[in-house]
Write a protein that binds this ligand. Structure first.
Ligand code: GAR
Length: 206
């Protein structure tokens, strides 16, 4: 049977993308294949990671000359076309720092997954991304945090949860130290596993 065609969307360093690439190389991604990496940032190091792995890359830019709402719609139209042209069946948001409109997410029901660096519903939603999530967890004083992989719908970080893993917060943690621990102990394991889990479901439906 044909493997599920996956696009990974990134905005930055792409360590989660790297975890998926490594998992694929090790033969763990049995039901899917990453065929495209899309970035909204031309300087994202994740693009280099994709090129090094021989994966096609595309940059889709938001047109800053347009008003915000129009800018989002235009961006999503171009993104949709890019994904359709490549025959994509599953979208993985791996450090993609952009909220997607309902008009976009409705086209991909249970076909978009995202990794978020906290235990949803804590420290999530609009404004909670990257280091800010860990800053908020430390400021609140929680003793346990973690990561969540979930389906994406129109509610930021609001879709059905697929996998979650808890990570201990230690005395003296800085946001950077905590971010690294959450990535190593949770994100880099959960996201590749979820990529396989959902790819397998899609493959079974073909
Ligand atoms: C990761 O920690 C990811 O969970 C987070 O940004 C980082 C990206 O790192 N995503 C969000 O906060 C989304 N709300 P990476 O580019 O090295 O994978």
């Amino acid at each position: 049977m044909l493997k599920t065609k996956i696009a990974v969307l990134i905005s930055g360093g792409g360590t989660n993308l790297q975890a998926i690439i490594d998992f694929q190389k090790a033969g763990g991604l049995k039901s899917g294949e990453v065929v495209l990496v899309v970035s909204d940032n031309p300087d994202a190091y994740g693009l280099t990671r994709a090129e090094n792995a021989g994966i096609e890359t595309k940059v889709v830019l938001a047109d800053k000359s347009l008003p915000v709402s129009e800018r989002r719609v235009k961006f999503e139209e171009e993104l949709q076309k890019t994904l359709e042209d490549a025959g994509i069946e599953l979208i993985i948001l791996a450090g993609f720092m952009r909220i997607l409109n309902k008009s976009f997410t409705d086209k991909w029901p249970e076909r978009i997954i995202n990794v978020h660096p906290s235990l949803i519903p804590s420290f999530c939603g609009e404004g909670f991304y990257g280091l800010k999530v860990h800053e908020a967890a430390l400021a609140y004083g929680v003793k346990v945090t973690g990561a969540t992989v979930h389906f994406v719908n129109e509610v930021p970080d609001g879709g059905r949860i697929i996998f979650q893993k808890a990570v201990e917060i230690k005395e003296g943690d800085t946001p950077e130290v905590l971010q690294k621990r959450v990535m190593e102990e949770a994100e880099w394991k959960l996201l590749p596993a979820a990529a396989e889990h959902v790819s397998k479901i899609i493959m079974g439906e073909k």
